[in-house]
Design a binder for this molecule. Structure first.
Ligand code: NCD
Length: 331
């Protein structure tokens, strides 16, 4: 043990970290749903099916052994952060979670997002980022080499949520084409609505948007739908669309995005999906919600087999397992 004659700690030839698949996903950032082709979606959905089967049978596996995820949340989250952590752990990877404790990190000392990202990059192989500014993930992706997965950039996008939403529609109803999808809620600030809308332009669907006037879908997105000659209409009440709806996608009103809280007070409590309304709905349809709900859907509806929002939560785990494995070259 003297003069540098140490016994090596590791047999470095026994295990090698290298990509198994060098498809279009390897090392790619996930910033917006715009980047996915229909084939990409089918691929991720097929991998998510495999993740579900593996999880049910084994619980965990070693697919991402040797890889580390930094999960960085500058905005509150329950499902997105915990499902990414669960996804990484089920695949045998490790996680650096910077979520609840962001106030204890150097961000509270004024460190810039980019400095924090470049620092974390030194410790991990992939970063999941949620941040209140639109475009924050794209900015971060310009500075770091490891893949960045956008877990919500303010009122911008939430691409992994849209993937799990679409996967849920397909698993529940067996198809996407031909459906009438009604989105009710905060269409203006709701990033899940924005991402899902963009994704649905790739399919032959009818879209119905329901909101108070102040929370309508942003004009730019509406114009995209019109340019693509989608069958799209706007309404102010769910009652007007419920009878012919195959998917009712509800969101909460995004209180934190309002600059004037008096405006929020005018619309809070606007949506109330209850048993009376559900009586008017088709027998074969589903109710979805990205959650959290703050009163839009009555708890009594949870027992209705058409309430798909907790199955939607579970699908989020499989989609995120598939995505993490894909960007790390292991799926
Ligand atoms: C959504 C979000 O953060 O945009 N939540 C989620 O990720 N499941 C929806 C919301 O906060 O209303």
């Amino acid at each position: 043990m003297e003069n540098g004659n140490y016994t090596p700690l590791f047999n470095l030839d026994s295990f090698e970290r290298k990509p198994r698949f060098t498809n279009g996903f390897f090392q790619r950032d996930v910033l917006s749903v715009d980047q996915f082709s229909k084939d990409d979606l089918d691929y991720i959905f097929a991998r998510a099916d495999e993740m579900q089967a593996m999880s049910r049978k084994w619980g965990t596996c070693d697919l991402l052994k040797g890889y580390t995820l930094a999960c960085v949340f500058y905005e509150p989250s329950t499902r997105t952060s915990s499902s990414f952590i669960a996804a990484m752990e089920r695949l045998g990877g490790k996680v650096i979670p910077i979520t609840e404790g962001i106030q204890y990190s150097s961000v509270s000392k004024g460190e810039s997002l980019i400095d924090s990202m470049i620092t974390l990059e030194q410790y991990c192989d992939v970063i999941v980022l949620r941040h209140p500014e639109i475009g924050s993930s794209s900015t971060a992706a310009k500075y770091v080499k490891v893949p960045i997965i956008n877990a919500g950039d303010g009122a911008g996008e939430h691409p992994t949520q849209a993937l799990l939403d679409l996967y849920t529609i397909k698993s529940e109803l067996g198809t996407i084409d031909g459906l009438r999808i009604s989105m009710a809620g905060d269409l203006r600030y709701g990033r899940t609505v924005h991402s899902l809308t963009k994704l649905l332009t790739k399919y032959d669907v009818s879209l119905r948007y329901v909101s108070p006037d102040t929370l309508r879908l942003p004009l730019e997105l509406m114009n995209t739908l019109i340019d693509k000659k989608m069958d799209v209409r706007e309404f102010s009440r769910v009652e007007e669309v419920i009878e012919n709806t195959d998917v009712l996608y509800v969101t909460r009103i995004q209180k934190e995005r309002f600059t004037d809280l008096a405006q929020y007070d005018e619309v809070k409590g606007y949506f109330n999906i209850d048993a009376e309304l559900m009586q008017k709905a088709k027998e074969k349809m589903i109710v979805m919600h990205p959650l959290p709900r703050v009163g839009e859907i009555a708890y009594a509806i949870d027992k209705d087999p058409r309430a798909a929002y907790f199955r939607q939560v579970q699908n989020g785990l499989y989609i995120r397992m598939a995505l993490l494995a894909a960007v790390l070259g292991q799926a």
